[in-house]
Write a protein that binds this ligand. Structure first.
Ligand code: PLP
Length: 415
């Protein structure tokens, strides 16, 4: 006869996956062991505290690891997400945070101290620039912002105090790609670490650690959730960094991910590979069509042969361009360009006018009056973000419906 402790041991043993599984399988199967009920879909543990069997066990747990004493220190649903994302990125460990920006804050708190120096691409996400340039600067951490695409500029910016290189590839909205392997070599040659924001490609298309990155950062708000529902963030790195550096900070500083949000993202990861490939294929079809339109001056998409780093992008991103593209309207003046861009956006009846991306719903936005609206016109034009630039995050609608929706405005432009 089987005893209940045999059942328990077999339940936990069944949850140990065999080695050598492929990424698509890991994305569906990696998680903590199911509970005694044997649920096939991972459970959502919405609890902030854990009842201990007795006082001595509670004392031991606090003395050892604080595991499963309080949800600011650990939660099974959050742990499952961390295990799954680490498996997909090919890192030893992962730690979740409440948002993508929370994850970058955690990165800085963990790796930097007063007097340290950071090198960062000048084309990264706007809030990332503010976090390094304004907030970390308050604590005596200096950041030099350099060209996304020129590794020589990163090397030239090195100082004895440089501890961290931070890159994001491809960038938003112009989809400039950086050479992760080249930046890793520069960082490691100077005793610094390389962190890569992988929110746009996700591990389905690009695994930065394979090119030498030390930390992979995510806004789980984007493609990992994939359906525009929750905020989430994460850092994927070595066990040593996660356990000894980042973990204690999350416990103390509290930038934890809600178990509910973790559960939503955990389930989102199961379809990530399919979504990224389908949305990238849709984006390529839309980008190729846009390139043929007389009122469109230029299309920015790494999957097009006309992209400045097409070969590098395909090599680094599993042969595809991703799901995000931008295009410039043809016009004689900045005012006319903005009018044309607004006309195209306002003529859509299917696409969402919003500033998010990474959703199954295609989203159209105007960077120069939204994400880049606080920059001066000179800063914007230095960044290549004109009044005629439109960004499109392509979702899962039929690509011909997305094309028809853009055609409504493009075919009725009066200039
Ligand atoms: C959205 C985004 C972030 C910030 O993530 P949040 O989850 O919104 O805090 C960081 N990097 C990139 C590339 C993003 O798109």
């Amino acid at each position: 006869m089987t005893t209940s402790s045999d059942d328990e041991a077999r339940r936990i043993a069944r949850a140990q996956l065999p080695p050598g599984l492929r990424p698509e399988t890991l994305a569906v199967r990696t998680a903590l062991a199911p509970s005694q009920y044997g649920e096939n879909s991972e459970a959502l543990f919405l609890t902030n505290a854990y009842v201990q069997p007795d006082a001595a066990t509670m004392a031991r747990r606090f003395a050892e690891s604080e595991d499963f004493t309080y949800t600011r220190t650990s939660n099974p649903t959050v742990r499952s997400l961390e295990a799954r994302l680490a498996a997909m990125e090919g890192t030893e460990a992962c730690i979740a945070a409440g948002s993508g920006m929370g994850a970058i804050l955690l990165l800085g708190m963990g790796l930097l101290k007063a007097g340290d120096h950071v090198i960062c691409s000048r084309s990264v996400f706007g809030s990332t620039i503010n976090l390094f340039a304004k907030e970390f600067a308050k604590f005596g951490v200096r950041t030099t912002f350099v060209s996304q695409t020129d590794p020589g500029a990163w090397r030239a910016a090195l100082e004895p105090a440089t501890r961290l290189l931070f890159a994001e590839t491809p960038t938003n909205p112009l989809t400039d790609v950086c050479d992760i392997a080249a930046l890793a070599e520069i960082a490691h040659g100077a005793g610094a670490l390389l962190a890569v924001d992988n929110s746009f490609c996700t591990p389905a298309l690009q695994r930065p650690v394979e090119y030498g990155a030390d930390v992979v950062m995510h806004s789980g708000t984007k493609y990992l959730d994939g359906q525009g529902r929750v905020m989430a963030g994460a850092l994927c790195a070595s066990k040593k960094l996660v356990k000894e550096v980042f973990g204690p900070i999350v416990r103390t500083a509290g930038m934890v991910l809600s178990p509910f949000n973790a559960w939503v993202v955990l389930k989102g990861l199961e379809t990530l590979d399919l979504r990224m490939r389908a949305q990238s294929a849709n984006a390529l079809q839309v980008a190729q069509w846009l390139e043929q339109q007389p009122m469109v001056a230029r299309v920015y998409y790494p999957g097009l042969a006309s992209h400045g780093q097409h070969a590098l992008a395909l090599r680094q991103q599993s042969g595809v361009g991703g799901a995000l593209l931008s295009f410039d309207m043809r016009a004689d003046s900045p005012d006319a360009a903005r009018t044309a861009a607004f006309h195209v956006m306002d003529s859509t009846r299917v696409l969402s006018i919003a500033t998010n991306l990474g959703d199954t719903k295609s989203i159209i936005t105007h960077p120069s009056t939204t994400s880049h609206g606080r920059l001066t016109e000179a800063q914007r034009s230095a960044a290549g973000i004109g009044q005629g630039l439109v960004r499109l995050a392509v979702g899962l609608e039929h690509p011909l419906d997305v094309i028809d929706d853009l055609q409504r405005g493009l075919s009725t432009l009066t200039s």
